[in-house]
Design a protein around this ligand. Structure first.
Ligand code: IDC
Length: 456
């Protein structure tokens, strides 16, 4: 029988069976699941599920996934204790396969029934952690192309950001500071350095709305954002267009401005593959219901002009998934924004936000598509000392979960979060010794390591 292997990581990808024998990726996430439809007949099918543990050894495990079609039911499973409640399926280890060393695999399977279509599940968790690991990811040769060349138009796939090959990717890059204050930092020389020396995958374009930003000159700021989109595109980087609301914290205060702005930038940039829209930087002091309502009014404006772009939605409590306002991710899980192809923003400042916030991200990552569109290595004021231990713990976690990030800031602001020493911008040297701050050196060392974007 001809067999198809589907689904590397969280997205359906059809590969020949020989793919299984390929080398394991060096930089792997916590787990990988290969879902195989071994056969299908009138109303029934047989599926094989191979779990590979790419993380630390475990002495017990539970696999979770969601049946994509309501008519799909497990009839009989093997090599695990299978159960199904609605669309939610779990398979718990049995005595003899409870222990999984790093790199170990275990094969389970089931026969199932279906009524309508029989699509494959697209997202799996192991002990609650999203399985984003994959094989067959040789480091690209140096001439493999820019991040946008390799990945093309992005989309959301399960809880991941996926590329044109339907495979999860992590984008690593930098955020501008406020364009109203630091536009001198974004010229040909600085963006060349970002793309070539930093090997950044993305530039987040922080367009403040208040504080002498967009509201004072809508046409001027719209034009500046568009020209930065073009400069990122010319260098093969993704551009996150950040509608940088901050004070007031209720994004609805800027609803009309947001509609006007996004109608314009989405129409102008619809044909590009490198644009991601971030509709509200950091809602604060406002209910999740109000943020959701804002999102459900702004997203259709973007979709009408640019239907296929990924949209990032800010979350409550300065984009902390509610944590900094005394809530947590459940308010979003229980009441998600009614739109597809969206991700939720999570922001942190490493010296202020530590274990409790990391635990939130670890939990939420298997339930919500997350994008760290802003974070700092310092305190939430944007200043103070770099917290190396916390920053490293955060970046390791984001790498493990394949969560994309942008660091605040690619600027020479006189504050600890800035990557460049004061006086660097506007000159010609963004790469020489002595231009980087401690934060800049740390981020450059993390961002400039080779990407391993999957290409099949
Ligand atoms: C800060 C800048 C600072 C500026 C201030 C103005 O670092 O130079 O004076 O904004 O509002 C955020 C915000 C981001 C903040 C940053 C640091 O998104 O605008 O930038 N921060 O305070 N959220 C948490 C921290």
């Amino acid at each position: 029988m001809k067999r198809f292997l589907a689904l590397l990581a969280t997205c359906a990808t059809v590969l020949g069976l020989t793919a299984l024998t390929g080398p394991q990726a060096a930089a792997a996430a916590g787990c990988r699941v290969d879902y195989t439809v071994a056969g299908q007949w009138q109303g029934g099918f047989q599926a094989g599920v191979r779990i590979t543990n790419l993380g630390a050894p475990v002495s017990g495990w539970t696999l979770g996934f969601t049946m994509p079609d309501a008519g799909q039911k497990i009839v009989q499973g093997w090599n695990a204790t299978w159960s199904q409640s609605g669309a939610t399926v779990t398979a718990a280890a049995v005595d003899w396969n409870r222990t999984l060393a790093t790199g170990a695999t275990v094969d389970l399977g089931f026969t199932g029934s279906f009524t309508g279509a029989n699509p494959r599940p697209t997202a799996f968790t192991l002990n609650g952690v999203a399985c984003t690991g994959s094989v067959e990811e040789p480091p690209p040769a140096p001439d493999d192309g820019t991040p946008v060349d390799v990945n093309g138009q992005l989309h959301v796939c399960g809880v991941n950001l996926c590329n044109q090959y339907d495979r999860p990717v992590q984008l690593r890059g930098m955020s501008t500071h406020g364009l109203q204050w630091f536009s001198r930092c974004y010229d040909t020389a600085s963006l060349d350095a970002l793309a070539q020396d930093w090997k950044s995958d993305l530039l987040r374009i922080a367009m403040y709305v208040q504080e002498d930003g967009y509201e004072t000159d809508p046409a001027g700021f719209t034009g500046r954002v568009n020209s930065l989109v073009d400069m990122a595109e010319a260098r093969g980087m993704y551009a996150v267009i950040d509608f940088h609301t901050l004070t007031p914290g209720d994004p609805n205060f800027n609803l009309d401005r947001a509609k006007t702005f996004f109608a314009s930038v989405a129409a102008r940039n619809a044909g590009k593959k490198n644009v991601i829209y971030e509709i509200a930087n950091e809602p604060n002091g406002v209910s999740w219901a109000a943020v959701k309502s804002y999102a459900e009014q702004v997203i259709p404006v973007i979709r009408a002009a640019d239907p296929d772009a990924v949209v990032i939605v800010g979350t409550r409590g300065w984009s902390s998934l509610g944590v900094s306002d005394g809530s947590n991710e459940n308010e979003v899980v229980d009441n998600p924004v009614n739109a597809t192809n969206i991700m939720y923003a999570f922001h942190f400042y490493a010296a202020s936000h530590k274990d409790a916030y990391r635990a939130t991200v670890s939990r939420a990552a298997s339930r919500l598509p997350l994008f760290v569109s802003e974070f700092g290595t310092v305190s939430a004021t944007g200043g103070g000392a770099v917290d190396r231990a916390s920053s490293t713990a955060w970046l390791d976690l984001l790498d493990q979960l394949k969560i994309s990030y942008a660091n605040w800031t690619y600027s020479d602001a006189d504050e600890g979060s800035a990557a460049f020493r004061p006086g660097t911008c506007g000159g010609t040297d963004y790469s020489g010794s002595g231009v980087l701050t401690e934060s800049g050196a740390l981020l450059k060392s993390r961002i400039s390591t080779p990407d391993t974007f999957p290409t099949r």
